[in-house]
Design a protein around this ligand. Structure first.
Ligand code: FMN
Length: 331
């Protein structure tokens, strides 16, 4: 049944959604997510204690995470019922941001399959409005709130602001389309000071979201600094920086299956280098069950994805969880 739905979604995506202009497709997809009560369908619910996992002590019913992209709480609420073990918000900034002008999203057809390139520029309502919106959001599964700042003070304000309503807080230091956030990886000394200031003091566990563009700095400086500061979870990682003249900024973040080989290599290397003291969310290019399973086998504690949610549809979570259960039954 789930495979038939996945095949139908492929026909819908390839034959219709992927042919609409990007802004129309985004508007249609988000309206459908807001209006259709997909989360009430038992089709998307795979509950089994063998799937449970923990991140920094927080229990997730399964190891799949919707990666950062949405801030609308109507969508976050739905996504919590679509099979994910946790849902991440879009990166929230201290003040509201309109984001970069259009075109800020384009499709890319790579040899590995369909992907996206975006220069969204953190369109979000800002800390105060977002806080008010999530204050009443029921957590069917844990909510990871992603935050993005340009100074230590920004992150202190953001962490204090969202902590009462988040189960975990993800530090985005890696979005490639906003210069001051992306360059945190090039300022490891300042980043260390930030992690020390917040690592132990944050009332909720922190995740640091890394850029796949800075593997050396991540592994030689950033992860060791995070561990010293008491931050045990990394999300490896964000979109990869790519030039694209179709975008208003001339460049943006590439997401989708083209990222997958690097995600797998990064996870394997990081696991063997840092051992069990580090918890890893593997994000980047997951659009099929085998890829998620290989990342878990390679040392990931959990697997995140966003582009696969669009190109393969909400049914992808179920397909992955079924495969995982088959595997665990056989073990
Ligand atoms: C349109 C769009 C918006 C995104 N916004 C954010 C964001 O606000 N914060 C963040 O950390 N990552 C953001 N991402 C990156 C994703 O969370 C994810 O890390 C990246 O797309 C790689 O995973 P994927 O290949 O499964 O999409 C965004 C990605 C896309 C395509």
């Amino acid at each position: 049944m789930s495979r038939a739905i996945a095949a139908l979604y492929r026909v819908f995506y390839d034959g219709f959604l992927s042919r609409l202009p990007e802004p129309t497709a985004v508007a249609l997809g988000q309206t459908a997510l807001r209006l259709l009560p997909l989360d009430r369908l038992s089709l998307f619910h795979v509950a089994d204690p063998r799937l449970e996992t923990r991140l920094a002590g927080v229990r997730l019913p399964n190891p799949l995470i919707l990666a950062a992209m949405y801030y609308d709480t109507r969508i976050l609420r739905r996504a919590m019922g679509l099979g994910f073990g946790a849902v991440t918000s879009k990166s929230i900034t201290p003040g509201p941001r309109p984001g970069h002008p259009r075109p800020n999203l384009a499709r890319v057809q790579t040899p590995a399959g369909p992907g996206l390139v975006n220069c969204n520029g953190f369109q979000n309502p800002g800390l105060h409005a977002f806080r008010d919106a999530i204050a009443t959001l029921p957590h069917r599964v844990p909510l990871i709130v992603s935050v993005a700042g340009e100074s230590v003070e920004d992150y202190v304000t953001l962490v204090q602001g969202v902590a009462p309503f988040a189960d975990l807080i993800e530090f985005n230091i890696s979005s490639p389309n906003t210069r001051l956030v992306y360059t945190w990886s090039q300022r490891p000394r300042e980043l260390r000071a930030l992690l020390v200031a917040l690592g132990a003091a944050s009332p909720k566990p922190l995740i640091i979201k890394l850029s796949p563009d800075f593997a050396d700095a991540n592994e030689s400086q950033i992860i060791p600094a995070a561990l010293e500061a008491g931050v045990r979870v990394v999300n490896y990682g964000n979109a990869r920086r790519a030039e694209d003249p179709r975008l208003s900024q001339g460049a943006g973040g590439l997401s989708g299956p083209e990222l997958y080989p690097a995600t797998l290599a990064n996870v394997r290397r990081t696991r063997s280098r840092f051992g069990a003291e580090l918890e890893i969310i593997a994000t980047g290019g997951v659009d099929a069950p085998d890829k998620a399973l290989d990342l878990l086998d390679g040392g990931a504690n959990a697997v995140g994805y966003f582009t696969g949610f669009i190109t393969r549809g909400p049914i992808l979570a179920r397909l992955i969880l079924e495969r995982l259960l088959e595997r665990r039954s056989a073990a």
